[in-house]
Design a binder for this molecule. Sequence first.
Ligand code: 5GP
Length: 142
Amino acid sequence: MTAYDPNNIFAKILRGEFPCHKVYEDDHVFAFLDIMPRAPGHTLVIPKAPARNILDVSSEDFAHVARGARTIARAAKVAFGANGISLHQFSEAAGGQVVFHLHMHVIPRHDGVALLPAASRKEDTAVLEANAAKLIAALKQI
Ligand code: 5GP
């Protein structure tokens, strides 16, 4: 398998070299809004430890990501009045992966509302700011 590339965009976000709309962080994971959300509040949860995807991540680090995704999912239900949550994780190009630092997509869902196509539209910064603020507030309530 190809080695982890420390210059991928999410590694740069983790190092603070590239901006993002952060919503959550603990010792093991970092969560921020997807810049091209498939639904409002679409969040990415990533391990702080380097891992390319599900094929090289340690079970401990994947467990931390799963725990972080659960936290974000519960906050997203509150923040966006979601009826449901979709979790997506893509590994390797054949699996649909585009950015090669492991990430779990946490996508708030509403009854009868289809997801936008992947990477179809870059969201306005003001909208991302407002949605990050909603999630951060909801994280304090759960
Ligand atoms: P993948 O197909 O690898 O699971 O998805 C990568 C995701 O990263 C896509 O949903 C895409 O919109 C998102 N993305 C790509 N570049 C950036 C970026 O620079 N910042 C943020 N916040 N998200 C990004």
